[in-house]
Write a protein that binds this ligand. Structure first.
Ligand code: FPP
Length: 264
């Protein structure tokens, strides 16, 4: 499997020789269950190469494909990536249109392979503002892969965490008004189940590429106790090897969830 992830060719690293994730992972008991990624830096990557922003996004799509496969092969349960925020509509129309077409063709091209690899695809975020065609693509991808038992791959599109939390609060308020639940019954579990990521475990590892040190309204509730991993690498240059390094780094963190470590 690792040979498949890391590939061969002139840029093959020593990792390309590995055939089993357990060769690489130091501690399989400390694997994150849920990894979130802010895939930042497509534009800067393109600029640095004298290329168009579109070329940067295309390269970013290629990276995404490799990282989904790497995460799946490592046995990660959930991978959630930030593809398009509720604020990204402010970008020039030409870039927005390019991105939406790229998502569409990504789904069209990759769906069969992802399905064959047992990936379950979901979209999180608002469903308004998309074209009917794209909505159909999203729905087809979700329905076709719904029974898959491998990695759960969440694509955040037209997503903003504050918006998601507000939508959840409204849903619960409506249920309370309808007498289905009482206000007192609303606890963390019920609230989590009203979010777009209902059923997924909380985020363990939150990765952001390209050097900016912020969360940008991504999975704020779900990342309450996430370990953060920031790298200067632009997203198109982010490799499965660096992803594996982030996982390894995570395994070395001391997670206390507000309590004390075993040593006190
Ligand atoms: C941030 O880079 C990236 C985005 C806003 C879009 C993310 C899209 C991809 C990774 C393309 C592939 C995705 C799918 C689902 C096929 P930026 O444009 O903000 O970069 P910059 O900050 O350097 O300008």
């Amino acid at each position: 499997m690792w040979r498949k992830i890391f590939g061969g060719g002139k840029n093959a690293s020593v990792l390309s020789e590995r055939t089993d994730p357990s060769d690489f992972m130091l501690d399989r008991t400390s694997m994150p269950r849920h990894v979130a990624i802010v895939m930042d830096g497509n534009g800067r990557w393109a600029k640095a190469q004298g290329r168009s922003r579109s070329a940067g996004h295309e390269a970013g799509a290629h990276t995404l494909k490799r990282i989904v496969r790497a995460a799946s092969d490592m046995g990660i349960e959930v991978l959630t990536v930030y593809a398009f925020s509720t604020e990204n509509w402010k970008r020039p129309k030409i870039e927005v249109d390019f991105l939406l077409n790229l998502f569409d063709s990504f789904l069209t091209k990759e769906i069969a392979e992802m399905h064959a690899e047992n990936v379950r695809i979901s979209f999180i975020g608002r469903r308004d503002r998309f074209t009917d065609r794209f909505l159909r693509r999203m729905q087809e991808a979700e329905e076709r892969t719904a029974d898959n038992t491998g990695i759960h791959f969440n694509l955040a599109a037209n997503y903003g965490s504050q918006d998601e939390i507000l939508r959840a609060a409204r849903t619960l308020a409506e249920r309370a008004a309808a007498g289905e639940i009482t206000a007192e019954e609303i606890d963390e579990e019920i609230f989590s189940h009203a979010l777009d990521t209902a059923g997924d475990p909380p985020v363990d590892l939150f990765i952001r590429t390209s050097g900016d040190l912020r969360l940008s309204n991504f999975l704020l509730w779900q990342s309450a106790y996430a370990e953060l991993y920031f790298t200067d690498t632009y997203w198109p240059d982010f490799t499965p090897e660096e992803f594996a390094r982030a996982i390894e780094d995570f395994a070395g963190r001391s997670r206390r969830f507000g309590g004390l470590s075993a040593e006190g």
